[in-house]
Design a protein around this ligand. Structure first.
Ligand code: SF4
Length: 221
């Protein structure tokens, strides 16, 4: 089991790291990597982001085609009954998710627009900062934050770049350490690092391109 045995020590070691420089190889590795959600447009991305909460991108990718055949846009979804969505979006929290995506569709139809900032996007029920940051990153909108998901919460304390267990606080720590121009890319890259290399119980440290600056790796040596 890979545990952080000395979080304070890791943080102290990592305080001297210039993270904008240290993250360069990671940003390079994942530059241009497509998001695992297989969306075709903003409508599909928003719906799939909501459905991916407490689920997996792979499951959402399987469910989405039937959902989008039945409800191809915000207008058709805004007129749906929640119950009619249940068979199409089965999984954790499906009742709430049905309400969330219908509510979002109604809002977009009513206002005639999709918000382009984090305040607007996070006014939707079921769409928090992580969701908004994913959407803004994929749409190329001006970064106002950094994606923090379960992977980020695991990877960044190991690296030593951030320490909080609270997603919002950890996001603030990252925003203080990383230049704004890298926020979108860094958020995605840290997530990919967690998905592919820095696994929960078996981090592949010897093969990790971040091991020269990683506090956890140094502590193990
Ligand atoms: S070296 Fe890489 S895989 Fe190992 S703990 Fe650090 S970030 Fe994770």
């Amino acid at each position: 089991m890979a545990k952080l045995t000395n979080k304070k020590k890791i943080t102290k070691q990592s305080a001297v790291v210039d993270w904008n420089t240290a993250l360069r190889p990671l940003l390079k590795r994942y530059r241009g990597r497509k998001h695992p959600l297989e969306y075709q447009n903003a409508y599909q991305l928003i719906v799939m982001i909501v459905l991916s909460a407490r689920s997996s991108d792979a499951i959402v990718n399987k469910q989405a085609p039937a959902l989008f055949t039945a409800y191809p846009d915000f207008k058709s979804l805004s007129k749906a009954d929640p119950e009619s969505l249940y068979p199409l979006i089965k999984g954790p929290g499906y009742r709430h998710k049905a309400e969330y995506i219908i509510g979002i569709a109604k809002d977009v139809v009513d206002t005639g627009t999709i918000p382009e900032d984090i305040d607007g996007l996070t006014q939707w029920k079921g769409f928090g900062r992580k969701s908004a940051n994913v959407y803004m990153s994929q749409m190329g909108l001006k970064a106002e934050g950094i994606i923090v998901d379960l992977h980020t919460l695991r990877v960044t304390p190991r690296l030593g770049i951030a320490t909080s267990d609270d997603p919002k606080k950890l996001e603030t720590e990252l925003m203080e350490k990383i230049d704004r121009k890298h926020w979108h890319q860094a958020g995605m890259a840290l997530t990919f690092l967690g998905r592919e290399t820095c696994r929960p119980t078996d981090p592949h440290c010897d093969d990790c391109l971040m091991n020269p600056v990683c506090g956890y790796f140094k502590e193990q040596k």
